[in-house]
Design a protein around this ligand. Structure first.
Ligand SMILES: [Zn+2]
Length: 172
């Protein structure tokens, strides 16, 4: 193959691969860089940090969100991803904001043996921030009780703009 033709082919190959490369870098951007839990500390109150990234549990009846009855959405207090709709909120009488379900694909779960009895811990799937525990003693229609720390949530009333997702600066 003569050099001119080879150069043309190379240009063509580059042109064809360019869209692939850019879509790949977009996907990489969507998967936010992993950060140490400590990187969230400057963005949160000390109490919220303890709940979200050290799996602390707030005192019952301590959150003003217990009595929040307006329509809207509950977002992760760390990264601001939407986690719950007000339509799923109910008064469980436990002293923690409670929901019958989370928004689709909002949460990840894991088994937690802290109290010896296995419980299902759940966390914001975007940032990994601990939110609460889910139990099977909730009301219809799901029978589930998503028992959430109010400190781990940020409520956005209907009609108000949701905050843009946020992420700590990568420390690596
Ligand atoms: Zn989050």
């Amino acid at each position: 193959m003569n050099p001119a033709r080879r150069a043309t082919l190379r240009r063509l190959a580059l042109a064809l691969s360019a869209p692939l490369l850019s879509s790949r870098s977009l996907a990489a951007k969507d998967q936010r860089p992993a950060v140490e839990h400590a990187a969230w500390r400057p963005l949160l109150s000390a109490a919220a940090f303890e709940v979200l990234f050290e799996e602390a549990t707030e005192r019952p009846y301590s959150s003003p969100l217990n009595d929040e009855k307006r329509g809207g959405r509950y977002h992760c207090a760390a990264c601001y991803s939407p986690l719950f709709s007000s339509a799923a909120k109910y008064d469980s009488g436990t002293g923690w904001p409670s929901f019958t379900e989370a928004l689709p694909k909002a949460m990840g779960t894991k088994r937690d043996f802290k109290l010896l009895i296995p419980r299902t811990e759940y966390h914001c799937v975007t940032c990994g921030g601990h939110q609460g525990h889910v139990f099977n003693d909730g009301p219809r229609p799901t029978g589930q009780r998503w028992c959430n720390n109010g400190l781990a949530l940020r409520f956005v009333p209907e009609g108000e703009a949701a905050p843009a997702l946020r992420w700590p600066a990568s420390t690596g």
